[in-house]
Design a protein around this ligand. Sequence first.
Ligand SMILES: Cc1cc2nc3c(=O)[nH]c(=O)nc-3n(C[C@H](O)[C@H](O)[C@H](O)COP(=O)(O)OP(=O)(O)OC[C@H]3O[C@@H](n4cnc5c(N)ncnc54)[C@H](O)[C@@H]3O)c2cc1C
Length: 426
Amino acid sequence: MTALQHLATRYDVIVVGAGPAGMGAAVGALEGGVDRVLVVDREIEAGGILNQCIHSGFGLHHFGEELTGPEYAQRFLEQLLERDIEIATDCYVLDVAHDRTVTLMSPEIGVRRVAAGSVVLAMGARERTRGAIRIPGSRPAGVMTAGLAQRLVNQIGVLPGRRAVILGSGDIGLIMARRMTLEGIDVPGVFEIMTHANGLTRNIVQCLHDFDIPLHLSTTVVEIHGRDRVEQVTVAPVDDRLRPDLSRARTIACDTLLLSIGLIPENELSQKLGIRIDPATAGPVVSSAMETSRDGVFAGGNVVHIHDLVDFVTQESLLAGESAARFVTGRRRPADNIRLVAGSNVASVVPHTISSDSDHTVYLRVRRPLEKSWLRLGDVYERRLRYVVPAELVTLTVRPRFLERFHGDSLVIDIVPRDEPGRYEE
Ligand SMILES: Cc1cc2nc3c(=O)[nH]c(=O)nc-3n(C[C@H](O)[C@H](O)[C@H](O)COP(=O)(O)OP(=O)(O)OC[C@H]3O[C@@H](n4cnc5c(N)ncnc54)[C@H](O)[C@@H]3O)c2cc1C
């Protein structure tokens, strides 16, 4: 850790955020050949969102073991400490300037400017709130995001209520449905406006089915009732244009409404820096080296796009850190020569560009579920997919041999129903 009073005036790489992305980027930077790395986080402890995720399910890909969130964070924290990477906690990054001067603020040192050879943005994401979906009704206590409830229960030791309805079937809501049931809070149901659940299948099974918590698809909360505290909510089914059918509305008594309606990448710093943002991900447009549109500024983790598994956050941010080190030491990889374009049933693609001379991991999010599909990379490569859902990222390793017959500069990626034969099949 850094005693903030001993902060240097210049670092090779400064990482903003000490969640799994920030810690992965710091390790990647060191492995990439620099030795003066600073990681900054506004929280008192490093670890990011993992510190409040006390359930298991983390690290199956990266460590080959099932860890809890704090255990996963601890593994990285130990690596940072062993390698003398400096960590400044309880310290807010106010600004990253075009010349990569980073402005910090902490109760210990006040405001301080520190120069960086390169910067990695790893600020994570925040939850969407009631305002984002404009639920009508009064504004009583007891309406909160699922992540806040998770922090209250798991870190502060306070129950958010006694009977909680959950709106949205994102992973945090599913995990909290189980967590609250275990704590003796009654959960009458999870309500999801879409026709499909928005969380990982394993969470639907382990958090709802195993605890007999009903999931109501194509249903939403249309009104919140209560003066000081939530007393009940009205729920109604929606049609295929998501319009509620109020003739079939019903009320449910509860004192808490948890919202699990999505995460938004935390990109205020990126926007101030003038970095190009992809409207599909709400995160920076990045190259295959995880470099943003601003020279020497890299990004990884939820700040770039929302991940379902922390292992992919780690994979991506190790690369961002290594690339940040390469930038500082003048060993940048050649520029990308292919732009990836989201095609049919693909909502987003990260990274946004790749090169044809090395392997690249590409993350795709589909728009709608498909039972059996083809993943197609232009007309040069195709692969069978069994079951795709918007909640689970599809990963694809693009190899130079796939691109031998490709001569353009934009490659469209489609994920289409497998009701037609494969192009390259017998
Ligand atoms: C409830 C929940 C359950 C999950 N369950 C699983 C699971 O079972 N298995 C799994 O693999 N994954 C799971 N995930 C996903 C995984 O935890 C996230 O993908 C991962 O934590 C994202 O890492 P990150 O570093 O990008 O962001 P975060 O962990 O959010 O870290 C970002 C950090 O940046 C800091 N920061 C932001 N802005 C600033 C600033 N201006 N100055 C200083 N610091 C700043 C924040 O304080 C924070 O510490 C879950 C996520 C949630 C929310």
